[in-house]
Design a protein around this ligand. Structure first.
Ligand code: GLY
Length: 376
C-alpha cells in the first residue's frame, strides 16, 4: 500500500458500498465544475472546484434513492415505525457539524452543513434540528417509503407473533439479525444491504448502514460526509456513529481522512475514523491505519455474527485503502480514471466465522479477491 508521502493521485471521490458509485458519479461533475452531460474537461477539476458541494450532492443522491434501504428515503424506520436520519459533514476538526434524529428532512448532510456554516455549534439533534432546517428554508417531506413501511409492518408482525422473523441461528442457537452484505451493482438487489428475506419469505431485516464519502480536490483540499437512517427498527432516539466527528468520519487537513460504516456502536466505541487518521498522523501507512482499527475492534471481545465494520482511509495525496472486519463490504471510487467498485484491501477475518449461509452466494460474486493487497 502507498504511504502518506507517495505521489499526488489527483482529485477523487470514494464512497462506502456499491450503491454509492451512482452518488459519487453524480457528484463528480460538481467537483469538476462542469455539467454532467457536457463534460469537456475530461473530468479534470477547474479552479472553481467545489468539494463540499460535491460531498453534499453525493449524499443527497443516496438520500433520495428509494432502492437504498439504509440511507434517507427508502431507509428502514425505528421500532415505532418512524424514520430518523443522522449525518455529518467535515473539513477539519474545527470545521465540522452533525445532525441526529431528523424526522422531517431528508438530507442530514445539508442540515449539518448549515449548522457548520451558520452557527458556532457542531451537533444538533431531534425536533430542534428539524426546526433549525425549517428556519433555514429546507423543505420538510415524508421520509418513510411505502416499501419501508411494508418492511416495518412485516417486522412488527414477526415480533408480535414470532412468525417469519429473524432469521439465521448462531451456533449457540440464539437468533441473529442480518448484517450488511453488499450484493453488488449487477444484482437485482443493488442498494439493498439487508436482503430482508434472508432467503426465506417473510423474515425480517436487522442490519444497517451508511453512505460515507471521502473527497479530495485538485488543490489537495479534503472533506467528508456521511448520511444514514441508522439501525433498522432501532430503539427510538438511538444515534449511531454517523453524526459524530471521529466516529463516522474524520478529516485532518494535510494528513488524511476516513469514514466508517457498519455497526455504529462498535465504530463509536473505538472512535474508528479518528484512530485511522491519527495513525497516519503519527507516521503510519494506510495499511497500518486499517490494521489499527480492525485490531481495536477485535479487542472489544466476541462479536455477534451480524456485526460488521467497513472503513475507508485516504491520505493527503489522495491514496486510498479500505478494510472490513468481515467479507461483504464494497467500495466505490471516482477519479480521473473513471468510476469503479472494488472489494476492500484488507479483510480482518476473511474466514468469516458465523456468516449466515443465506448470505454466501452474493459474497462469492462480489468478493473475488478477499486477500489483502499490497497496493490498492
Ligand atoms: N453506521 C451507522 C449507524 O450505526 O447508525
Amino acid at each position: 500500500m502507498p504511504t502518506a508521502s507517495s505521489r499526488d493521485r489527483g482529485p477523487i471521490l470514494v464512497g462506502t458500498w456499491s450503491f454509492s458509485l451512482a452518488a459519487i458519479e453524480s457528484a463528480w461533475a460538481t467537483l469538476a465544475g462542469v455539467p454532467p452531460l457536457d463534460d469537456r474537461s475530461g473530468g479534470r477539476l477547474g479552479p472553481d472546484s467545489r468539494l463540499l458541494d460535491a460531498i453534499e450532492v453525493a449524499c443527497q443522491y443516496a438520500d433520495l434513492d428509494p432502492g437504498v434501504d439504509s440511507v434517507g428515503f427508502g431507509g428502514l424506520p425505528d421500532s415505532s415505525g418512524r424514520m430518523s436520519l443522522d449525518g455529518a459533514i467535515m473539513e477539519s476538526p474545527i470545521r465540522f457539524a452533525g445532525v441526529a434524529g431528523l424526522r422531517r428532512h431528508v438530507h442530514p448532510v445539508s442540515v449539518a452543513r448549515l449548522v457548520m456554516e451558520r452557527t458556532d455549534h457542531t451537533l444538533l439533534c431531534g425536533e430542534d434540528a428539524d426546526d433549525f432546517a425549517d428556519r433555514h428554508g429546507l423543505a420538510a417531506r415524508e421520509l418513510l417509503s411505502t416499501e419501508a413501511k411494508e418492511a416495518f409492518e412485516r417486522w412488527e408482525t414477526a415480533r408480535r407473533t414470532g412468525i417469519g422473523g429473524p432469521i439465521d441461528q448462531s451456533k449457540d442457537g440464539s437468533l441473529l439479525g442480518l448484517r450488511p452484505l453488499d450484493p453488488g451493482l449487477g444484482s437485482k438487489d443493488a442498494g439493498r444491504l439487508f436482503r430482508p428475506n434472508g432467503g426465506r419469505e417473510g423474515a425480517a431485516p436487522a442490519g444497517h448502514d451508511t453512505i460515507g464519502v471521502l473527497g479530495r480536490d485538485a488543490a489537495g483540499n479534503l472533506a467528508a460526509g456521511c448520511s444514514t437512517s441508522g439501525l433498522p427498527f432501532k430503539v427510538p432516539g438511538r444515534v449511531g456513529d454517523s453524526p459524530i466527528a471521529g466516529h463516522g468520519l474524520f478529516v485532518q487537513p494535510g494528513v488524511g481522512l476516513a469514514t466508517a460504516t457498519g455497526t455504529g456502536e462498535l465504530i463509536s466505541g473505538i472512535s474508528a475514523s479518528f484512530v485511522a487518521v491519527e495513525t497516519l498522523r503519527r507516521g503510519g501507512t494506510l495499511r497500518d491505519a486499517l490494521e489499527e482499527v480492525m485490531l481495536r475492534i477485535d479487542e472489544l471481545g466476541p462479536l455477534r455474527p451480524h456485526h460488521q465494520v467497513g472503513i475507508i482511509v485516504m491520505d493527503a495525496a489522495g491514496n486510498v485503502a479500505s478494510g472490513a472486519f468481515r467479507p461483504g463490504f464494497l467500495v466505490a471510487t471516482r477519479d480521473e480514471g473513471g468510476g469503479r467498485v472494488s472489494g476492500p484491501d484488507l479483510i480482518h477475518r476473511p474466514d468469516d466465522d458465523g456468516l449466515p449461509e443465506s448470505a454466501r452466494e452474493g459474497l462469492a460474486k462480489n468478493n473475488d479477491d478477499p486477500e489483502p493487497k499490497d497496493d490498492p
